[in-house]
Design a protein around this ligand. Structure first.
Ligand code: CA
Ligand code: CA
Length: 231
């Protein structure tokens, strides 16, 4: 009997992850989120969290959350979100974020007139950062995408997919090693557009945010991504 109980405890520890944050906005509000007063409009419409703004110059929106007051309870966590970019240049999510110093790890979809990319960025201030990983993508407005950003120790990973949440591929699109930010920080939803032709306009919506303490990035996937870049 004692053996059975111990075995159960071991299996439990190995099998279950804890959901730290989850929001599908089906209750019609964004309670729990802190919206940066950038001039953008933040609304919940039809169960999605929408950021919109049009102005003569650069526009951006940023709303953050954490599972406990002041930041996430753990440093290693995995963030999944659904998003639809409708207008603008850059859309995505940030983990281990710090709103005071404007730092963190960001996974963004970049849509501009010529090229589209998935970007993994170490944010080092307003408009400043280092690209940790980049890959071309075929992103378009009005299309639904899923993003996952994960931080596990010094391993940072990002991926995207279309379809349903359950269609998530096992493979990571972008992985990097970085030791800069180790604090748990906060999780952020982000949208941005720059001034092109005298106007900037951003329109993006988010849904099905889920942050868990279950991480699948390991040294092997990081090494493998590195090895693949050699060929
Ligand atoms: Ca809500
Ligand atoms: Ca929803």
């Amino acid at each position: 009997m004692k053996t059975a109980i111990i075995l159960f405890v071991v299996i439990s520890a190995a099998s279950f992850s804890t959901v730290l944050v989850s929001d599908d906005f089906s209750d019609g509000n964004a309670d729990g989120w802190t919206e940066m007063p950038t001039g953008a409009s933040y609304t919940v419409e039809a169960g999605r969290y929408c950021f919109t703004q049009t102005a003569p110059d650069t526009v951006w929106a940023d709303s953050w959350i954490s599972d406990i007051v002041g930041g996430m309870s753990v440093s290693d966590y995995s963030c999944r979100v659904n998003l639809i970019p409708n207008e603008g240049e850059m859309f995505g999510i940030v983990g281990r974020g710090n709103v005071g110093t404007i730092q963190g790890y960001g996974l963004f979809i970049l849509i501009d007139k010529i090229d589209n990319y998935l970007l993994l960025i170490k944010i080092e201030g307003i408009g400043q950062g280092q690209v940790l990983g980049v890959m071309p993508g075929s992103f378009s407005y009005g299309q639904e995408y899923w993003l996952r950003l994960e931080m596990n120790g010094h391993l940072i990973g990002g991926k995207y997919w279309t379809g349903n949440a359950g269609d998530e591929p096992a493979v990571w699109n972008l992985t990097a090693k970085d030791d800069s930010y180790n604090d748990p920080g906060i999780f952020t939803l982000f949208g941005y557009d720059s001034n092109t032709g005298g106007s900037a306009s951003m329109d993006v919506s988010f849904d099905d945010v889920e942050i868990t303490d279950e991480t699948t990035l390991d040294l092997q996937s990081g090494s493998w991504a590195f090895v693949k870049t050699l060929f």
